[in-house]
Write a protein of this length. Structure first.
Ligand code: TMP
Length: 203
């Protein structure tokens, strides 16, 4: 199974992606955690270009090309081989982030993102968790981390509000694949909801 986690910056999705991997491993499900941008040596090098530095460093169009370059390498080196070995992949962000960050909020480029994805990547997740949270809470949490990877957080609160609306709309358009999880709860309760939604998605 190919599982992705999505959400605005500081939503807690990275913690939840790792918690799901631990839960699946404890059920003896062979499982690999990975992330985007990144997840392979080449893609991690491209990540640095994308998440650090001035918010105006790249246009939305250039970002689409860089995210896709990173994603293609990640797919070839990490995702496809793990799925072929029969493992479940849990990926922190995937193409839905490009659809919303670059395709809807940074610019009106959703069709370009979809065409590029179909041509160069051609794979969708089987199940996507969208961790939904108040952007003010998330932004405070995200910036407090001082990770040095704040390029998108530095785009401001309205940017995060627009992202949230974009992810909720995406979930509405893809109700089978996308499960919205209330990220305002305690970490344990969010994890419990993720696991319950995972279990009910099993054939
Ligand atoms: P992360 O902080 O969740 O690791 O993600 C890095 C940043 O990159 C985050 O601010 C979201 C952004 N991003 C996009 O804008 N488009 C994408 O396609 C991906 C994967 C991430």
């Amino acid at each position: 199974m190919f599982i992705t986690f999505e959400g605005i910056d500081g939503s807690g999705k990275s913690t939840q992606a790792k918690a799901l991997v631990e839960a699946l491993k404890s059920q003896n499900v062979p499982c690999t955690w990975t992330r985007e941008p990144g997840g392979s040596e080449g893609a991690e090098a491209i990540r640095k270009l994308l998440v650090e530095g001035d918010p105006n460093r790249w246009s939305a169009e250039t970002e689409i090309l860089l995210f896709n370059a990173a994603r293609r390498d990640h797919l070839e080196k990490t995702i496809a081989p793990a799925l072929e070995r029969g493992e479940t992949i849990v990926c922190d962000r995937f193409v839905d982030s490009t659809r919303i960050y670059q395709g809807v909020v940074r610019a009106d480029l959703r069709e370009t993102v979809d065409i590029m994805h179909k041509t160069m990547i051609g794979r969708e997740a089987d199940l996507t968790f969208i961790i939904d949270i108040d952007p003010e809470v998330a932004l405070t949490r995200g910036l407090a981390r001082n990770s040095g990877e704040d390029r998108f957080e530095d785009m401001g609160l309205q940017f995060q509000k627009d992202l949230r609306a974009g992810f909720l709309e995406l979930a509405k358009q893809n109700p089978e694949r996308c499960k919205i999880i209330d990220g305002s709860q305690s970490m344990e309760d969010v994890g419990r909801d993720v696991l319950a939604a995972y279990e009910s998605a099993q054939p």
